[in-house]
Design a protein around this ligand. Structure first.
Ligand code: SF4
Length: 242
């Protein structure tokens, strides 16, 4: 019986491929804890999945807030900065670590670099609330120094679990630390740009960090090229002339 089903499935996929369908939409696991999840109604199932993702992130956020794995960061942080946005986001932006403004507010990307990221998101015809924004580290490194490899190693479980809960279709790594941490590579951001990678079910693209753009405005053109490539793959139409 299983052999018959797998043959039929293969024939069906080959037939779709001949018709030009090369990708199938991914179904998100719905979980079962939300009351509507068991009804079979698609809207109820999606609401149940959203509820489960939100709850999963809340539990993880509490775990992060209690984390003391990095001695120096624990001693100097005001608070942890977990992440923000839609738990059902198709697109996740992964940055490096909180800065002073983020450490003070508890929210990611709220300083000057964050405001620039908001402009980039809006130029893509998206809203901040419909993407999800997080960092590799949840605690601010003193003086905004680059995260150390042991700190990235300590915090990896948290950003990986956030991504497992959200299950985005696309991840955009902002800067070297995020790209190297997610892809577990030593390659520079300059070499990683312009290529597609995968992480679990997500397609990954890498671009410069907004704080680099504040220091090097000429690189904005490169970032916009990366965003256009990303929006094209996501099927998001940009304004004509962009
Ligand atoms: Fe824990 Fe991450 Fe903060 Fe280190 S950076 S103390 S692993 S939450």
């Amino acid at each position: 019986m299983e052999v018959c089903q797998s043959v039929r499935l293969r024939q069906r996929l080959e037939s779709l491929a001949r018709a030009g369908v090369l990708q199938l939409p991914r179904l998100r696991p719905t979980g079962v804890s939300f009351p509507g999840a068991a009804t079979g109604d698609p809207a109820s199932r999606e609401a149940g999945a959203d509820h489960d993702r939100r709850r999963g992130l809340e539990l993880l956020q509490a775990e992060v807030a209690a984390c003391t794995a990095c001695q120096e960061l624990t001693a100097t942080r005001t608070q942890t900065v977990f992440g923000a946005g839609s738990p059902a986001a198709r697109l996740v932006f992964l940055g490096e670590a909180p800065g002073a403004d983020e450490d003070a507010s508890g929210q990611p990307f709220v300083g000057a670099a964050g405001q620039l990221l908001t402009k980039i998101i809006e130029a893509c015809t998206l809203r901040r609330e419909e993407v999800y924004i997080l960092n590799v580290l949840k605690c601010r490194p003193p003086g905004n120094r680059t995260p150390q490899s042991d700190e990235v190693g300590n915090c990896r479980k948290f950003f990986e679990r956030q991504l497992e809960i959200i299950r985005p279709e696309f991840i955009c790594c902002l800067g070297t630390t995020a790209a190297q941490a997610l892809l577990q590579t030593g390659e520079s951001i300059g070499k990683l740009r312009g290529r597609w990678f995968t992480h679990a079910d997500a397609m990954v693209i890498c671009t410069y960090h907004p704080s680099y753009l504040l220091r090097t405005p000429a690189a904005k053109r490169d970032v916009w090229d990366d965003m256009k490539r990303l929006m094209d793959r996501m099927g998001v139409a940009l304004e004509p002339g962009r």
